[in-house]
Write a protein that binds this ligand. Structure first.
Ligand code: PGA
Length: 256
């Protein structure tokens, strides 16, 4: 039950934002602000900015992530990008199963599982997102929903592979809405995720997995959320688009 055994990771999810010149500007501002971070700092940028991000973060402590990858190695999948293609660019992380992918692009636990396996076999570190809808929370089935997602998304994934993954708990009702889960709600579900992993794997493995909270985390509320024993970091949308705000969150993880 020791948070210090886990890696604190603050990841920015830029979503479909920033042209190349804008990305250059943001990354250049961010580099000096987070250079002394005591946590892992990741920026998950649109595909079109990956090469720029990898080049501009070379020799810094900022790691680069993509926001999706396909599960096949190559083939007739118009519009998709494979895990190997990302690896080749120098990308280290990939966000998978984000609720916007599930909601707008028909992503299911089955495809999240396939994408997670493909990412792992290519050598990427998946950030797998899970979270309940408001309606599901109101019906009192948050834990069932989360347990089901964890079981399905990680089906067939070995203990060693799990240790290369990050799990992001993102209640769908808190994403981009300004409605943050309370620190207690975030802790409750992050701890539940860890308990579920302990059942599926073992407690030592579960204790070693980084579990992030995401959903309207910002410079003002990050410190409280990150102070919770099972909240090991954050997946940050809106606030990751502003260098100052993002660096304050990084600082909060350092001290959390
Ligand atoms: P938000 O997004 O911080 O803008 O709520 C979080 C996410 O979707 O990862």
């Amino acid at each position: 039950m020791n948070k210090s055994v886990r890696k604190a990771v603050i990841a920015g999810n830029w979503k479909m934002n920033k042209t190349r010149p804008e990305a250059k500007e943001l990354i250049s501002s961010l580099v000096p602000l987070v250079k002394d971070a005591g946590c892992e700092v990741v920026i998950c940028v649109p595909f079109t900015n990956l090469e720029t991000a990898v080049a501009l973060t070379e020799g810094t402590n900022i790691k680069v992530g993509a926001q999706n990858c396909h599960f096949e190695k190559s083939g007739a999948f118009t519009g998709e990008v494979s895990a190997d293609m990302l690896m080749e660019l120098g990308v280290e992380y990939v966000v998978l199963g984000h609720s916007e992918r599930r909601q707008y692009f028909g992503e299911t636990d089955e495809t999240v599982n396939k994408r997670t396996r493909a990412a792992l076999s290519a050598g990427l570190k998946p950030i797998v997102c899970v979270g309940e809808l408001l309606w599901e929370r109101e019906c009192g089935i948050t834990e069932e929903v989360i347990a089901r997602q964890i079981k399905l998304d990680f089906f067939g994934i070995s203990k060693d592979e799990l240790l290369s993954c990050i799990i992001a708990y993102e209640p769908v009702w808190a994403i981009g809405t300004g409605k943050t889960a309370t620190a207690e709600q975030a802790e409750e579900v992050c701890a539940f995720i860890r308990a579920t992993l302990a059942k599926l794997y073992d407690s030592e493995t579960a204790e070693a997995v980084t579990v992030q909270y995401g959903g309207s985390m910002n410079a003002a509320n990050a410190a409280e959320l990150l102070s919770k024993p099972d909240v090991d970091g954050g997946l940050i949308g809106g606030a990751s688009l502003k260098a100052n705000d993002f660096s304050v969150i990084v600082g909060a993880a350092t001290n959390g």
